[in-house]
Design a protein around this ligand. Structure first.
Ligand SMILES: *Cc1c(COP(=O)(O)O)cnc(C)c1O
Length: 382
């Protein structure tokens, strides 16, 4: 750096959780209470989530990954079964299918929506198909009417990966307030957090019972001084410490998501007519904007994505990548998948960049990101 270097601005990460003092105090209270594992706070969080989701049954877990896996097990899905899922998501979506012994059957996604292509879903159904696992990518709801019509026609269960979609709604109805089994994530990068954590909304009585057993050793009380173990369950129960964080976060969810919508509106406004990136589908007021992920037009640029990310970092701006296409990973090539099968997912995997978006951001932060990206990309046009 020379004398004319600009003053250093604070680093702007692509995401950062907002934890208020009241929440921190409530965690301290739990820590002093003597009860740290699953207890009254977990029960209160499940009730609060249930109230938020129109009164549906909610069961919390230590992660959405655990929740998705238990949802599959609760639906009786295992070896010999197929589950249809998008080729573009966080890898957990497909990993859980493999972990229960079933086969993930990928379909491509929309280039701008990033959501699974429902026409391809219908074409991918075989006699072995047991479930569809859609992802509401970035918080943009999948077309729920068409999805559930397909599932109904073929008698398939739907396990929604709603890791991005807490607070999203489809035609005025909150994601998780209807549908089969809907799984949320409360990882710190998500719209609200419990540090690590997740929750399943919905499920039949039998599925709920199964989820509870898988969540805690398969154990039930069989008498005043005796337990029985009904199945070889695992252990994925949330702690009261985590639930206290979640209760504080849930109170702010609507405010956080409203802020995300305002920030995204500014991105769209600044890039309205002449964007040097390909903007994602805008959706409507039901979009919860977990991530803002334009595509770089790499074919028109003389720089790579990595060079763009590094140039942004030099300007104090953090960039994420959500996500490489799942079928291109080694574990999925080993299942027979190959490059070229899902062109949109692959192109998104190559070109996507996640720009800063979180509730504590300022509108001037958006302007800073747009100015930096414009400068880098306009200077790199072929
Ligand atoms: C974050 C995420 C998960 C996993 O959530 P965890 O709570 O970290 O297990 C699953 N699917 C998608 C699409 C995600 O983004």
């Amino acid at each position: 750096m020379n004398d004319t270097a600009k003053p250093v601005e604070r680093f702007l990460p692509f995401t950062r959780p907002t934890i208020d003092e009241e929440t921190i105090a409530s965690v301290a209270e739990v820590l002093r209470s003597g009860w740290l594992a699953s207890g009254p706070k977990v029960a209160a969080l499940e009730t609060a989530l249930s109230d938020y989701l129109g009164g549906r049954a909610v069961r919390s877990q230590t992660s959405a990954t655990a929740g998705l896996e238990m949802a599959l097990l609760a639906c009786g899905i295992g070896p010999g079964d197929e589950v249809i899922t998008p080729a573009l998501s966080f890898v957990a979506t497909a990993n859980v299918i493999v972990r229960v012994g079933a086969r993930p059957v990928f379909v491509d996604v929309g280039l701008d929506s990033r959501n699974l292509d429902l026409t391809q879903v219908e074409e991918a159904i075989t006699p072995r198909t047991r479930a569809i696992m859609p992802v509401h990518f970035g918080g943009l709801p999948v077309d729920m009417e068409r999805l559930y019509a397909i599932a109904g026609r073929h008698r398939l269960r739907v396990i929604e990966d709603a890791a991005h979609a807490i607070g999203s709604s489809w035609r005025g109805k909150r994601i998780g307030s209807f549908g089969d089994l809907v799984v949320f994530s409360f990882h710190p990068n998500k719209n609200i957090t419990t540090i690590e954590g997740g929750a399943i909304s919905g499920g039949s009585a039998a599925e709920l019972r199964s989820i509870e057993l898988h969540r805690w050793h398969g154990q039930v009380k069989s008498g005043p001084d005796s337990f029985d173990t009904l199945l070889a369950g695992g252990k994925s129960n949330l702690s009261d410490v985590a639930a206290a964080v979640g209760l504080g976060q849930l109170k702010r969810l609507e405010e956080f998501n409203a802020r995300r919508r305002v920030l995204v509106a500014r991105y769209f406004e600044l890039w309205g007519t002449d964007a040097p990136v390909r903007l994602p589908e805008r959706g409507d007021a039901g979009h919860s904007w977990h991530v803002f992920t334009p595509l770089l037009p790499l074919e028109q640029l003389s720089i790579t994505r990595l060079a763009f990310i590094e140039a942004m970092k030099e300007r104090g701006i953090g960039i994420g990548v959500h996500y490489p296409a799942i079928h291109t990973f080694s574990a999925y090539r080993a299942l027979g998948y190959r490059e070229g099968q899902f062109p949109n997912a692959e192109r998104i995997g190559r070109e996507t960049v996640t720009l800063p978006l979180f509730a504590a951001m300022e509108l001037t932060d958006v302007e800073r990101v747009v100015n930096a990206a414009n400068e880098i990309l306009r200077g790199a046009r072929k």
